[in-house]
Design a protein around this ligand. Structure first.
Ligand code: PAF
Length: 288
């Protein structure tokens, strides 16, 4: 497994792969790898000649007061996990190289970033994500790039960016990987104080409650969000950031669940922000 830290070396390597006609898969990450990342890496390894992971805690997507400093950094364990998941190249640029002092260009996807996490974290969060992902695509020139459905809004936003800016990259969105009790895997789970670990299930429980109500015939979005919200707010130690039912394509709010919808939520527990979501329509799916 090769580690590339230099932007020019990454660009040259990408050029050599292209000349050699080799396909490459990129899994962009901020490190603190878990089994969710491993599932993306394994799929990338299976579908491409060369499997590339980027590990870069991107300062541009953290808003003031967010957890950039405390975001988990587990470099040695990440290298082991990457190797075990069949990675060929680890791209690990520095913040100074990615954002040189006079940089002043960014990529903004407009309407899709206004709601959900864009509303609660600020649209600047997604500007940071799309800008870094566009830069990674330019440096790595992957044939395919792999993202997790846990960050459902991020996946929709990146798919839009790729279409709008004509990036020759196929975006592949992979299913959420969960702990045995249903908690969605997230790098931030490591920062959950142990006494709050059990509480973190409340969001997942609310989402599955929503799905159960839909299965029982409830299609009214106000009734569904009220029931799910109540489930979370029973616990005074959980701060409900948002819980919304939106179209999975436009991310706009729907009033009736008469088609496939995305139920997405974010909570804060013990200072840690967690997100999760579920896709459901009047005829299912009833499992995920
Ligand atoms: O999902 C993430 O870990 C990040 O938002 C990403 C896509 C690696 C961009 O920094």
């Amino acid at each position: 497994m090769r580690i590339i830290e230099n932007l020019e070396e990454m660009r040259e390597t990408a050029g050599e792969l292209a000349i050699g006609g080799q396909s490459s898969g990129l899994v962009p990450t901020m490190g603190a790898l878990h089994d969710g990342h491993a599932s993306l890496l394994r799929r990338s390894a299976a579908e491409n000649d060369v499997n590339i992971i980027s590990i870069f805690v991107n300062p541009a997507q953290f808003m003031p007061g967010e957890d950039y400093e405390s975001y988990p950094r587990t470099w040695d364990a990440d290298l082991e996990a990457a190797e075990a998941a069949g990675v060929d190249i680890v791209f690990h640029p520095s913040a100074e190289d990615m954002y040189p002092p006079r940089a002043q260009t960014s990529v903004v996807v407009h309407a899709l970033t206004r709601g959900l996490c864009g509303m609660s974290r600020g649209q600047g969060h997604f500007r940071g994500v799309t800008t870094v992902v566009a830069k990674l695509f330019n440096l790595v020139r992957p044939t395919r790039a792999y993202f997790g459905q846990k960050d459902a809004q991020q996946a929709v936003v990146i798919q839009r960016m790729v279409i709008d800016l004509n990036f020759p990259v196929e975006i592949i969105v992979c299913p959420i990987v969960r702990e045995a009790d249903g908690l969605a895997l997230s790098s931030r789970n490591r920062n959950l104080p142990p006494e709050h670990r059990q509480r973190a299930l409340a969001l997942r429980e609310a989402l599955t409650l929503g799905r159960k109500l839909v299965r029982g015939g409830e299609t009214d979005v106000s009734a569904l969000t009220y029931a799910m919200g109540q489930h979370i707010l029973r616990d005074n130690d959980i701060e409900l950031d948002y819980l919304e039912i939106v179209s999975p394509e436009t991310l706009e709010a729907v009033d009736k669940l008469d088609d496939l919808a995305l139920i997405a939520g974010a909570v804060k527990i013990g200072g840690v922000r967690l997100i999760d979501n579920i896709l459901v329509g009047p005829t299912g799916p009833w499992e995920d």
